[in-house]
Design a protein around this ligand. Structure first.
Ligand SMILES: C[S@@+](CC[C@H](N)C(=O)[O-])C[C@H]1O[C@@H](n2cnc3c(N)ncnc32)[C@H](O)[C@@H]1O
Length: 219
């Protein structure tokens, strides 16, 4: 690869499993919004009555802004991340605001082997990364942590509205989203969303996609 081509590669092109913690240790990662994702807030607010007894799982919770906010709203939340630094920050944040939730340090693929299922599984910015290297394992994981009727919600960078910003998240088209995750889940809605970032005040344009695992025999 020529030097010019190397320069054009996105910032996450060489990101590997073990590098996640290094990004947190080095400072504030490009995905760190420090406030709850507005699309998740909207979805939960719109379905509050239905979701009030649901068990939530956040995959790749980072420093916990979303999981902790849900816990403070009274939901039962489990949040998993493989970065020790992120989890330490999430635990400190939870203590500071007196939030009660289960915060798990570990690889979510190992976590999924426990076969515990959740009513509402979500990730803010995890699917957009993992699909690039390990989509099949991620779909298997989503299957093992859900049951018929479970929701899956993801927010991922939208390729249709790409900005060409150097810190832009990985991008996914609506077509890819439907093709990849739509294999397992019925898509309820795909709305314009946002991924917060310290590198862009208004965040990055995203798809906010809510899905549901079909209940066999139910129309
Ligand atoms: C793009 S970040 C999003 C973090 C958080 N959701 C947010 O919006 O700030 C992806 C997160 O997934 C975590 N992660 C990556 N691979 C993982 C794995 N195999 N198991 C658990 N967490 C993982 C990273 O440490 C990182 O915190």
């Amino acid at each position: 690869m020529s030097e010019q081509e190397e320069v054009k590669r996105p910032w996450y092109a060489t990101l590997r499993h073990k590098d996640w913690d290094a990004i947190y240790r080095e400072g504030t990662p490009p995905w760190e919004a420090n406030h709850p994702n507005p699309d998740l807030l909207r979805v939960v607010t719109e379905r509050r009555q239905e979701l009030r007894r649901c068990a939530f799982l956040e995959i790749g919770c980072g420093t916990g802004a979303d999981a902790i906010d849900l816990a403070k709203q009274g939901f039962q939340v489990t949040a998993v991340d493989s970065s020790a630094t992120a989890i330490e920050r999430a635990r400190t944040r939870a203590e500071q605001v007196d939030a009660l939730l289960r915060i798990v340090l570990g690889d979510v693929f190992s976590f999924a082997r426990h076969r515990e299922t959740f009513d509402f599984v979500f990730d803010i910015g995890f699917y957009q990364f993992i699909r690039r290297t390990d989509l099949k394992s991620y779909l298997d994981l989503l299957w093992s942590v859900t049951h018929p009727g479970s929701y899956y919600f993801t927010v991922c960078g939208a390729s249709e509205t790409a900005l060409g910003h150097p810190k832009e998240p990985p991008l996914v088209s609506e077509r890819e989203l439907r093709w990849e995750v739509g294999r397992l889940f019925e898509i309820i809605e795909i709305k314009p969303g946002v991924l917060g970032s310290p590198f862009r005040e208004e965040g990055f344009p995203a798809h906010a996609c809510l899905m549901r695992r079909p209940v066999v025999g139910k129309k």
